[in-house]
Design a protein. Structure first.
Length: 253
């Protein structure tokens, strides 16, 4: 079964998800329902709503695991001296590197059936793009020698991993003592991505319970909130989701 995250359709959806504004996402002759506009710009909102940048050291080093097409990594570059951004999808990383080089990337937005409309993803001009380094990699098997980091972001990654516990087990070594970890997840557990035995939730426990089970020995939870996001499939179909967002601080012990 081909990886859907290598397809042209998913690449276009994620470019729109990461870089699309109101006029790009909502194109029908109607007003979006209440709350839909506020769900745009999820990667940018996640970075700015969850991290405590005043508590990071000057020139902080950040890691974005599951960076997709890179908008959150670029946003981290506003606040950090360097950002390493990793995704499993070769197509997503290729797109992110073009955005790093050129600041913009044309793509075709699906409107209806086979009908597409030209769009362009643009990185805000005031972002220092040269601070970001993109690479392909497996969140469950990150390359040796990576890290540790002052700030780590894993946005909407956990419930797409075959073995999320394997990734969580690596986090204590990835986050410096006193460093920050932000995890967002829609908690959409599907057996096509993650075997049921590896889900972080159970019949009487939640994904948050699973995070506490794996992270509490090394991290203190600082904040928990909900962050809405919207993904446009075509001009009349959208996914509106409320992600669970948590901020954790690595203990010194």
């Amino acid at each position: 079964m081909p990886n859907i995250y290598e397809t042209e359709r998913l690449l276009a959806e994620y470019l729109l998800f990461h870089y699309g504004g109101v006029g790009d996402v909502f194109t029908g002759p109607w007003e979006p329902p209440q709350g839909m506009r506020e769900a745009l710009h999820f990667p940018e909102r996640t970075v700015n709503a969850c991290f405590d940048f005043e508590a990071l050291p000057p020139g902080a080093h950040a890691l974005d695991v599951g960076c997709a097409v890179g908008r959150a990594a670029f946003e981290l570059a506003r606040h950090c001296g360097s950002v390493t951004a990793i995704d499993f999808s070769r197509r997503f990383i290729e797109a992110a590197n073009i955005l790093k080089r050129d600041g913009a990337l044309p793509f075709a937005r699906i409107d209806e059936g086979a009908r597409t409309i030209p769009c362009t993803a643009c990185v805000p001009r005031d972002i220092p793009r040269d601070r970001v380094s993109f690479e392909t990699g497996d969140a469950m098997d990150l390359r040796a020698g990576i890290g540790p980091f002052d700030a780590v972001l894993a946005a909407n990654l956990l419930c797409r991993l075959p073995d999320p516990a394997k990734f969580l087990a690596r986090l204590p070594a990835l986050v410096k003592p006193g460093g920050q970890l932000v995890i967002t997840t829609p908690c959409t557990w599907l057996e096509e991505f993650t075997p049921r035995a590896n889900w972080l939730c159970g019949e009487s426990s939640s994904t948050l319970d699973g995070l506490h089970r794996h992270l509490d020995p090394y991290f203190n939870i600082v904040k928990q909130t909900g962050l809405p996001f919207v993904i446009r499939e075509h001009a009349r179909k959208f996914q509106w989701t409320m992600a669970q967002a948590t901020l954790w601080r690595r203990r010194h012990d």
